[in-house]
Design a protein around this ligand. Structure first.
Ligand code: BMA
Length: 381
């Protein structure tokens, strides 16, 4: 894990560890127990990493769901809601997902709500609520295209990454995007002012070419430089110490182990390695693809001393009544996976088919209850 030796860290030690104690008592405490390290100079990110590692050592896997508290198959949170209790997962099995995923797409251009219409205020508050409930929060980012003005999927130019790197025509502009993202990630705090740790997963699925930062849209050097720039800004310049940095290639392109690490930004930046892998009606093909990605990711994680996760998966519409216990669980259960996150349950009328977790009436609801009550699966009561 990276070492953060900054003025801000000293500030954080005071803020996080010694807050309830007076300054004088704190000074005595530091002297008597040999300095801040022993008294716990852990950053929020380190604390989360420690927790994730302990869970893996116990052989446990957290279940996660994207946008869980924001909307479900047939509902959306009211604009003025301040309680985050409705959830398709909870309605189905009586427990909340341990991992709550959200996406920052839209924050870069000052939208009040993200690309899937979730107000950022409610995203922030629900992240805090989930953390206080004992859960873990993760953010991905589908930023718009800073060169063309299109969305994250606009791959009409292969000059986008080049244009935002230092010296590029959109560099200054893009730095305002990073600032907006950093402002938000920094603002996820409890009422006491404690920063909520976040698994931060930008620049995902880069082994494919459907996002402007994808394989055919930039060189290996440019992709790595994009990560370095993101990290330098958020950690070195802004001092954000609540981020667990996560790397997640798309599984479909992992034809050989080398592909996985080809554009890896480096051990100094990354804390957790994973992959995104979706199921289609050919269940055996999904099983094979998951096994391949899990094997490659595990070997990479072991070699680099990193934690691993299934950062995105799911079967759109869950068109198999036993998918949870007969397909997903068997393929992942023997790997040291920190969490498995299924994608969102869209609520828009034209996207009723786009759901990855069940709801009470769904044909896989009973199997989901069996899956989530397995000893190995961590949920939030
Ligand atoms: C995709 C789809 C889109 C969504 C995007 C970001 O996979 O679910 O509808 O906008 O993720 O959440």
């Amino acid at each position: 894990m990276k070492i953060y030796i900054t003025v801000r860290q000293n500030f954080n030690i005071m803020k996080y560890i010694l807050k309830p104690i007076t300054m004088i008592a704190a000074a005595i405490a530091i002297i008597s127990c040999g300095g801040p390290k022993e008294s716990g100079s852990q950053t929020p990110a380190d604390a989360l990493l420690g927790r994730l590692e302990a869970q893996i050592n116990e052989g446990k896997i957290m279940f996660g769901h994207q946008d869980d508290y924001m909307y479900g198959h047939s509902w959306r949170l009211a604009d003025d809601a301040t309680e985050y209790v409705q959830s398709d997962v909870h309605a189905t099995c009586g427990q909340y997902p341990a991992v709550y995923g959200m996406d920052l797409g839209g924050i870069e251009v000052d939208w009040p709500a993200n690309l899937d219409k979730n107000p950022f205020e409610q995203m922030r508050a629900s992240a805090v609520a989930h953390h206080e409930r004992g859960g873990v929060v993760t953010f991905s980012w589908h930023p718009r295209n800073p060169l063309t003005g299109g969305d994250a999927w606009d791959v009409s130019s292969d000059q986008v990454v080049a244009s935002i790197l230092p010296g590029g025509e959109k560099h200054e502009y893009f730095m305002t995007w990073l600032a907006n993202a950093a402002d938000f990630l920094e603002s996820i705090k409890t009422a006491d002012g404690d920063m909520v740790p976040v698994i931060w997963r930008p620049w995902h699925e880069h082994t494919g070419s459907w996002f402007w930062w994808g394989q055919k849209l930039c060189t290996t050097e440019q992709y790595k430089a994009l990560w370095q720039m993101t990290y330098d800004y958020m950690v070195n310049e802004r001092g954000l110490d609540n981020l667990v940095w996560s790397y997640s290639p798309g599984a479909g392109e992992l034809s050989a182990p080398e592909v996985y690490g080809e554009r890896y930004p480096g051990d100094e930046i990354i804390d957790m390695v994973g992959f995104d892998c979706y199921c289609n009606p050919d269940l055996d093909r999904y099983r094979a693809s998951m096994k391949n990605a899990l094997d490659i990711t595990k070997a990479f994680a072991d070699e680099h001393g990193k934690l691993m996760a299934i950062t995105e998966t799911g079967y759109e519409g869950v068109k198999d009544a036993k998918w949870w216990t007969q397909v997903l669980y068997p393929v992942m259960k023997d790997y040291p996976v920190s969490y498995v996150l299924v994608w969102r349950n869209a609520c828009d009328a034209h996207m009723q088919h786009h759901f990855y977790a069940p709801f009470p009436e769904h044909e896989s609801a009973e199997d989901f209850r069996t899956f989530t009550s397995l000893e190995q699966i961590i949920m939030i009561k």
